[in-house]
Design a protein around this ligand. Structure first.
Ligand code: ZN
Length: 131
Protein backbone atom coordinates (compact mmCIF):
# COMPACT_ATOMS: atom_id res chain seq x y z
CA UNK A 1 0.00 0.00 0.00
CA UNK A 2 2.51 2.55 -1.07
CA UNK A 3 1.64 5.49 -3.23
CA UNK A 4 4.13 6.05 -5.99
CA UNK A 5 5.78 9.40 -5.58
CA UNK A 6 4.97 11.69 -8.41
CA UNK A 7 7.98 12.38 -10.51
CA UNK A 8 7.59 15.85 -11.98
CA UNK A 9 10.20 15.09 -14.61
CA UNK A 10 8.61 11.87 -15.73
CA UNK A 11 6.25 11.30 -18.56
CA UNK A 12 5.29 14.39 -20.43
CA UNK A 13 7.90 15.07 -23.09
CA UNK A 14 6.25 18.22 -24.25
CA UNK A 15 8.44 21.13 -23.39
CA UNK A 16 6.49 24.36 -22.95
CA UNK A 17 9.45 26.25 -24.39
CA UNK A 18 9.25 24.25 -27.60
CA UNK A 19 6.43 26.41 -28.86
CA UNK A 20 8.50 29.53 -28.54
CA UNK A 21 9.63 29.46 -32.10
CA UNK A 22 10.50 32.72 -33.68
CA UNK A 23 7.88 33.06 -36.37
CA UNK A 24 9.78 35.99 -37.76
CA UNK A 25 6.75 37.72 -39.16
CA UNK A 26 7.93 41.17 -38.37
CA UNK A 27 5.40 43.32 -40.15
CA UNK A 28 7.95 46.05 -40.71
CA UNK A 29 10.15 43.86 -42.84
CA UNK A 30 10.10 44.96 -46.39
CA UNK A 31 10.17 42.20 -48.96
CA UNK A 32 12.97 42.12 -51.47
CA UNK A 33 12.39 44.01 -54.64
CA UNK A 34 12.14 41.97 -57.81
CA UNK A 35 15.64 43.07 -58.80
CA UNK A 36 17.03 42.07 -55.42
CA UNK A 37 15.34 38.69 -55.68
CA UNK A 38 16.90 38.20 -59.10
CA UNK A 39 20.32 39.03 -57.70
CA UNK A 40 19.94 36.50 -54.93
CA UNK A 41 18.66 33.86 -57.33
CA UNK A 42 21.63 34.48 -59.59
CA UNK A 43 23.97 34.20 -56.64
CA UNK A 44 22.35 30.91 -55.75
CA UNK A 45 22.81 29.46 -59.22
CA UNK A 46 26.37 30.80 -59.41
CA UNK A 47 27.01 29.16 -56.10
CA UNK A 48 25.91 25.80 -57.48
CA UNK A 49 28.40 26.16 -60.32
CA UNK A 50 31.24 27.31 -58.10
CA UNK A 51 30.67 24.52 -55.64
CA UNK A 52 30.54 21.92 -58.41
CA UNK A 53 33.78 23.23 -59.92
CA UNK A 54 35.75 24.13 -56.83
CA UNK A 55 34.85 21.62 -54.16
CA UNK A 56 36.66 18.81 -56.03
CA UNK A 57 39.80 20.97 -55.78
CA UNK A 58 39.47 21.17 -52.01
CA UNK A 59 37.69 24.51 -51.75
CA UNK A 60 35.08 24.42 -49.02
CA UNK A 61 33.42 27.75 -49.53
CA UNK A 62 33.85 31.46 -50.09
CA UNK A 63 35.47 34.20 -48.11
CA UNK A 64 33.53 37.45 -47.96
CA UNK A 65 34.77 40.76 -46.67
CA UNK A 66 32.24 41.77 -44.06
CA UNK A 67 30.83 45.26 -44.44
CA UNK A 68 30.05 45.43 -40.75
CA UNK A 69 33.28 44.37 -39.11
CA UNK A 70 35.60 44.78 -42.10
CA UNK A 71 37.02 41.37 -41.57
CA UNK A 72 36.95 38.41 -43.87
CA UNK A 73 34.29 35.85 -43.02
CA UNK A 74 34.53 32.29 -44.22
CA UNK A 75 31.37 30.57 -45.35
CA UNK A 76 30.95 26.94 -46.25
CA UNK A 77 28.94 26.20 -49.39
CA UNK A 78 25.98 24.97 -47.41
CA UNK A 79 26.07 27.96 -45.14
CA UNK A 80 26.15 30.33 -48.09
CA UNK A 81 23.22 28.59 -49.69
CA UNK A 82 21.30 28.68 -46.44
CA UNK A 83 22.00 32.38 -46.03
CA UNK A 84 20.84 33.18 -49.55
CA UNK A 85 17.67 31.12 -49.13
CA UNK A 86 17.03 32.85 -45.85
CA UNK A 87 17.44 36.19 -47.57
CA UNK A 88 14.94 35.14 -50.22
CA UNK A 89 12.33 34.02 -47.75
CA UNK A 90 12.75 36.65 -45.06
CA UNK A 91 13.94 39.65 -47.05
CA UNK A 92 16.94 40.27 -44.87
CA UNK A 93 20.32 38.71 -44.39
CA UNK A 94 20.94 36.39 -41.55
CA UNK A 95 23.23 37.55 -38.81
CA UNK A 96 26.59 36.40 -40.03
CA UNK A 97 27.61 33.08 -38.67
CA UNK A 98 30.87 32.23 -40.35
CA UNK A 99 32.37 28.80 -40.45
CA UNK A 100 33.98 27.67 -37.25
CA UNK A 101 37.76 27.82 -37.14
CA UNK A 102 38.17 27.91 -40.92
CA UNK A 103 41.36 27.23 -42.82
CA UNK A 104 41.77 30.23 -45.15
CA UNK A 105 43.49 28.00 -47.70
CA UNK A 106 40.16 26.33 -48.36
CA UNK A 107 38.17 29.44 -49.17
CA UNK A 108 38.20 31.73 -52.18
CA UNK A 109 36.49 34.99 -53.02
CA UNK A 110 33.46 35.37 -55.27
CA UNK A 111 35.74 37.05 -57.79
CA UNK A 112 38.14 34.15 -57.80
CA UNK A 113 35.30 31.66 -58.14
CA UNK A 114 33.78 33.65 -60.98
CA UNK A 115 37.11 33.86 -62.79
CA UNK A 116 37.66 30.16 -62.29
CA UNK A 117 34.22 29.32 -63.63
CA UNK A 118 34.78 31.58 -66.63
CA UNK A 119 38.09 29.91 -67.31
CA UNK A 120 36.56 26.46 -67.16
CA UNK A 121 33.72 27.61 -69.37
CA UNK A 122 36.17 28.94 -71.96
CA UNK A 123 38.14 25.73 -71.89
CA UNK A 124 35.00 23.71 -72.38
CA UNK A 125 33.70 25.81 -75.26
CA UNK A 126 37.09 25.72 -76.95
CA UNK A 127 36.93 21.97 -76.87
CA UNK A 128 33.52 21.67 -78.46
CA UNK A 129 34.18 22.90 -81.99
CA UNK A 130 34.57 19.44 -83.47
CA UNK A 131 31.72 19.55 -85.89
ZN1 ZN B 1 31.01 40.61 -39.76
Amino acid sequence: MQDEPIDPFNGDPSDPAAGLEDLGDDAEDEPLTEAERQDVLEDLSDLEIYQALLSPTGIRGLVIECEDCHEPHYFDWDLLRGNLRHLLSSGRPRVHEPAYDPDPDHYVTWEYARGYADGVHDTLTEGTDDE
